[in-house]
Design a protein around this ligand. Structure first.
Ligand SMILES: [Zn+2]
Ligand SMILES: [Zn+2]
Length: 362
């Protein structure tokens, strides 16, 4: 029988979100209903509300979540009721050309639940990133549930479902950071700090945090930054070079996603170094103009990182285990715990840079 639960919906572009009654159908073939325990507030949720993703209102917001599987539909074997899971927004298909080439983290045909959750009027909801988790229970494709060690708290585990995974993955999966490498991270919000934490985990010996906000640079030190640069105090490219023997960093992560910061990343890396773009640009932004010889002469790689090039089944359980061993301080990302009715004020704090993550606890 379909269930009625409370959830946070963006009904209209640019308007404050509201808590509404959501109708969650029983899981069909390949689907699961998950009792959400915690869900982080991400910039992408605000983006949906602003109409910056698409116009398919109303949206059921929230997508950085962990919870307990309540029920599963026909044919579901990967998870069972009672499992503690992190929700992921890239359930790989196993059959597309990327999957068949053995690179499932690029999967071009990721899937979501087939049935729709609705308002009580019957109006269908568009779940944020195919999840929709600012809600007591949500319907997802079973492949979107990744089982992890239940000893982790849901507040912390859920963060791996989006921003924190994107950042860690940008450093270790896309950037390929390893022992003794140098890395600079431009933009020290949740994603940038996660890249710093990932670099520390992988054994980078020089970890440079770059931001314009001293408060954020202080947070970055807590995740393993060995040096900090306030970009408003001078040219960050020169400052990064100074800290790396005059050469530049092996990997520079742009966690902001603007032409200016990408150009800084391009210029602040060592010869044959790697640029990783993980901050998401807006459609109107144009790549900076640079002499083509600079692309050739500097060599190396210019990469983008989708969701940290993660493979949820490989990365989520591993990162949860490392956290439980005290090697990955995920708890430091949780700035505050809030309720479903507090999303608007959380958007406000996020916008002002007052928090790394507000996490809804249900
Ligand atoms: Zn997100
Ligand atoms: Zn695929």
């Amino acid at each position: 029988m379909a269930q009625e639960v409370r959830g946070v919906v963006s009904l209209e572009k640019g308007k404050p979100v509201s808590v509404e009654t959501i109708v969650v159908p029983d899981p069909g073939p390949g689907e699961a209903v998950v009792q959400v325990q915690a869900c982080g507030v991400c910039h992408t949720d605000l983006h949906y509300r602003e109409g910056g993703i698409n116009d398919e209102f109303p949206f059921l917001l929230g997508h950085e979540a962990a919870g307990i599987v309540e029920s599963v539909g026909e044919g579901v074997t990967e998870v069972a009721p009672g499992d503690f899971v992190i929700l992921n927004w890239r359930a790989v298909c196993g059959q597309c050309r990327a999957c068949l080439k053995g690179k499932p983290w690029y999967c071009f045909n990721t899937h979501n639940a087939t049935q729709k959750m609705t308002l009580t009027s019957g109006q269908e909801l568009s779940p944020a990133l195919g999840i929709g988790a600012f809600v007591e229970k949500t319907l997802v494709a079973a492949g979107q549930c990744t089982k992890v060690n239940p000893a982790a708290t849901p507040q912390v585990a859920g963060l791996l479902g989006c921003g924190v995974m994107a950042g860690i993955g940008a450093a270790i999966n896309t950037g390929g950071i390893g022992r003794g490498d140098s890395i600079a991270v431009i933009g020290c919000g949740g994603v940038g700090d996660a890249a710093i934490a990932g670099a520390q985990l992988a054994g980078a010996s020089t970890i440079i945090a770059v931001d314009r906000d001293d408060r954020k640079l202080e947070w970055a030190k807590g995740f393993g930054a060995t040096h900090t640069i306030n970009a408003s105090a001078g040219d960050p490219v020169e400052a990064i070079k100074e800290l790396t023997g005059g050469f530049g960093a092996d990997v520079v992560v742009d966690a902001v996603g603007r032409p200016e910061t990408w150009k800084q990343a391009f210029l602040a890396r060592d010869l044959a170094g790697t640029v990783v773009l993980v901050g998401v640009p807006t459609p109107d932004m144009i790549a900076p103009e640079l002499p083509l010889i600079e692309y050739f002469g500097r060599g190396g790689a210019l990469k983008s990182s989708w969701y940290g090039d993660c493979l949820p089944s490989r990365d989520f359980p591993m990162l949860v285990d490392l956290h439980l061993q005290g090697r990955l301080p995920l708890e430091k990302f949780v700035s505050e715990e809030i309720g479903l009715e507090d999303i608007e004020s959380a958007f406000d704090k996020m916008h002002k840079g007052d928090v790394l993550r507000s996490v809804v606890v249900l």
